[in-house]
Design a protein around this ligand. Structure first.
Ligand SMILES: Nc1ncnc2c1ncn2[C@@H]1O[C@H](COP(=O)(O)OP(=O)(O)OP(=O)(O)O)[C@@H](O)[C@H]1O
Length: 260
């Protein structure tokens, strides 16, 4: 019998808005510690897949298992202890300090009305330190820059400390350094056993940091497999068009656009 205890298994996931099919029979399997990069052009269906995996959209599937549990049988409280989620938009109107917003990550774990513990506060400080936003902790969240808010939401998801993290374009507002910082943090969390799904428009980041890739085109699976073996020039052409190449620079493979 198949061991599903440490796996996420998605089989034939489809979703339609009204009568328009957006996702068609997407299947993939991850084991604990996998870091999956979701790639595809604008409108290909990445966010729809993420919202379906979170249960925000009611998708159809033949099987969706999280660590041996049928997703459709889980309630919101169970899901919030299994999956921490970073949404795409960070323009949430929070009238709280950054510290309070990051602390909200602990709310699925608060026991009753007694609030947070010293350990919770330590976890919040550590997560803010990890993503480099400690200096803004007392600032009003809504007064932070787009990138600072995005880092805050990532810190909140880290504090939630779930075995699975799902992040929708978590680096879209980040500078060059912070994009790499977040991928390095996610890579390290996955090496420590978290299973992570990240949607990104930067194929190099998926190439360098993700263990697996799922490429989507028009809501269908183009490719799924180990990122180092699956991302190639044929796949890049299929997604982005011609002249996207893979070269080598300082012993590191790199995806680039050839302007010649
Ligand atoms: N609420 C909605 N009603 C109808 N169609 C929608 C809705 N939301 C998204 N779509 C359509 O579903 C398709 C997939 O959208 P989705 O946001 O999943 O793409 P994406 O790959 O995440 O795109 P991007 O990279 O631009 O964020 C698009 O054609 C989009 O127009």
């Amino acid at each position: 019998m198949q061991n599903t205890l440490d796996k996420i298994i998605v089989e034939n996931l489809s979703f339609s808005y009204e009568k328009k099919e957006i996702l068609h029979k997407i299947s993939f399997e991850l084991k604990q510690g996998d870091l999956l990069g979701l790639m595809g052009s604008n409108g290909s269906g990445k966010t729809t897949l993420i919202k379906s995996l979170m249960g925000f959209l009611k998708a159809n599937y033949s099987r969706y298992l999280i660590f041996d549990k049928e997703f459709k049988k889980l309630n919101i409280s169970q899901i919030s202890k299994l999956i921490s989620y970073v949404p795409q938009a960070s323009n949430l109107p929070f009238n709280y300090t950054l510290f309070e917003v990051v602390l909200m990550g602990k709310s699925p774990h608060f026991g009753g009305v007694f609030g947070c513990s010293k350990d919770d506060i330590n976890a919040v400080n550590q997560a803010m330190e990890l993503v480099g936003i400690s200096q803004f902790k007392d600032r009003n969240f809504s007064h932070l820059s787009g990138g600072q808010k995005q880092l805050g939401l990532i810190a909140r998801a880290i504090v939630q400390d779930c075995p699975i993290m799902i992040l929708d374009e978590p680096t879209s507002a980040l500078d060059f350094h912070n994009q790499i910082l977040i991928w390095k943090v996610m890579h390290s969390l996955s090496k420590n056993g978290k299973t992570i799904i990240i949607c990104s428009h930067e194929p190099n980041h998926i190439f360098w940091f993700a263990s697996k890739v799922l490429a989507i085109k028009d809501g269908k699976t183009l490719a799924f497999g180990k990122s180092s073996q699956t991302i190639n020039e044929i796949l890049l052409e299929n997604i982005y068009g011609s002249n996207y190449k893979i070269g080598s620079l300082a012993n590191q493979k790199i995806i680039y656009y050839s302007i010649n």
